[in-house]
Design a binder for this molecule. Structure first.
Ligand code: AMP
Length: 457
């Protein structure tokens, strides 16, 4: 735990931090501010609440030449709300120095006003990718003097489909610059994006639990006929945020999927009989939170890239013990505790014995009465709308987000992942705004054109 006074910051900045009652650096600040100040690119794992805004904010203000009225730093955020928060934090941090000008440019607000502010020169721009790119295209925003670009919540920006906009924006920026990328998770897309925009980055992670992952494992005795009842009870008892239920056959998968729906749960089945199009849709709906139960076979779940599974449930124990280890490895990532629940029926005790040998544990079988569950399992928070236009129709994530959130629309925080295919786009929105979002998309226009939208539920 170090104090800010150990950093080579101006006395005025240190005095201001003291006024803000920032004395001790948070772990992300302690690790990232020194390399930022020394000019390195960084790739940092940081969540909201970690103090990441002040980490890049202090670095950014430190390098600013206040006498030079040119845009020297650009901060990109996924949503208008985050841009608002970042702007607020930067303004508080910038109070130590007179005359630092900061402009916020986000979608859903009149462009002309923002262009007017930009014509008066400023030092820092905080914005969302869609609107930033529009103003760059129109020539009203220039990045020629930019020395630092910050990507805040990079994974969320990619989730929202902003990858093309971000790549475009970087084409407007000088190649000699400092780039800071902050992200809560590191899926492959972030790694490949950072390879193309970061130079020799210092990698920072403060999540110490990451390597030694903890998975809580349970085995329950069931009769073959009680299995769906058991799954329903376990979901109600453990309340994982979401779950994959593994079955050994396609038939079981279909049957379990249907039975869970008839029990009032929201489940999707993923098996080899689905067409590619259906498979894509199922994976998107599960990944964007529009369904919280996925019933799958091992083969169908291959390539499923979801880092944040609340639980893995083995409806059937796998034939191969290694498959058990592989299945449960899908829960308990990103520093969270994982949960693996397995049903054991009939003559399967030897499988548990094999598992115990492989994982060097001594799990035993728990007995439970599978009566009607106490309580219910929650429904998913999101819902997916599909729009009959995509990449090939030149619709961007920003266009859709803009349409949904423009005046009288819904808040950016209520919009989830935006997945664009060639001719179709899937947008997740909070369930309670489904009808409103549908109305906006059907009545309004996206990029001057009218598209059809439907709710997939
Ligand atoms: P963030 O993760 O950037 O959203 O920041 C979380 C909150 O912590 C914000 O309200 C900051 O104002 C506050 N904060 C950031 N750094 C410090 C610090 N070193 N000491 C105390 N509070 C801080």
């Amino acid at each position: 735990m170090k104090s800010f006074t150990t950093l080579p910051l101006s006395q005025a900045m240190l005095d201001n931090l003291e006024k803000l009652e920032y004395e001790i650096m948070t772990p992300i600040q302690e690790k990232s501010i020194p390399p930022i100040i020394s000019g390195s690119d960084i790739l940092a794992q940081a969540k909201t609440g970690s103090g990441k805004t002040a980490a890049f904010g202090i670095g950014l203000l430190h390098m600013l030449n206040v006498k030079r009225f040119r845009i020297q730093a650009l901060v990109l955020c996924p949503t208008r709300e985050l841009a608002e928060q970042v702007t607020g934090e930067l303004r508080r941090l910038a109070r130590f120095q007179h005359n630092i000008k900061l402009i916020k440019i986000t979608g859903g607000l009149p462009m002309r006003k923002q262009e007017h502010s930009l014509s008066h020169e400023a030092h820092i721009v905080v914005g969302t990718p869609g609107r930033v790119l529009k103003l760059l295209d129109r020539g009203s925003l220039k990045l020629d003097d930019v020395k630092m670009i910050v990507l805040d919540e990079a994974d969320r920006m990619l989730d929202m489909g902003f990858i093309d906009e971000i790549a475009e924006i970087f084409r407007f920026a000088p190649s000699e610059r400092q780039t800071l990328c902050f992200s809560a998770t590191f899926p492959d897309e972030i790694k490949s994006l950072s390879r193309s925009i970061l130079y020799n980055p210092v990698e920072i992670s403060v999540d110490t639990q990451h390597d030694s992952k903890i998975i809580s494992q349970h085995f329950f005795r069931v009769k073959g006929t009680e299995k769906c009842q058991a799954v329903t009870s376990l979901l109600a008892e453990f309340q994982p945020q979401n779950a994959i239920i593994f079955c050994n056959t396609k038939d079981a998968c279909r049957k379990v999927g249907k039975e869970l729906i008839s029990r009032g749960l929201h489940s999707l089945a993923l098996h080899g009989d689905l067409e590619q199009k259906e498979r894509t849709e199922v994976l998107i709906r599960f990944a964007n939170g529009s369904s919280n139960i996925l019933v799958a076979t091992d083969v169908a779940a291959r390539g499923l890239d979801i880092s944040d599974l609340g639980a893995v449930i083995n409806y059937d124990l796998p034939f191969e013990t290694e498959t058990y280890v592989h299945r449960i490895g899908r829960t308990g990532r990103a520093g969270k505790e994982g949960l693996a629940l397995s049903l054991i029926s009939g003559k399967e005790d030897f499988r548990l014995h094999q598992i115990n040998q492989l994982v060097k544990e001594n799990f035993s079988i728990e007995e439970k009465a599978w009566d009607a569950p106490l309580g219910t399992y929650h429904l998913p928070s999101m819902i997916t709308l599909s729009i009959n236009g995509g990449r090939k129709n030149k619709i961007s994530a920003g266009d859709i987000l803009g349409a949904l959130t423009s005046e009288g629309g819904i808040s950016g925080n209520d919009v989830g992942k935006i997945d664009r295919m060639d001719y179709i786009t899937f947008v997740a929105v909070k369930r309670e705004y489904a009808a409103k979002a549908l109305e906006i998309l059907e009545k309004g226009q996206v990029k001057g054109r009218r598209f059809k939208a439907i709710i997939n539920d």
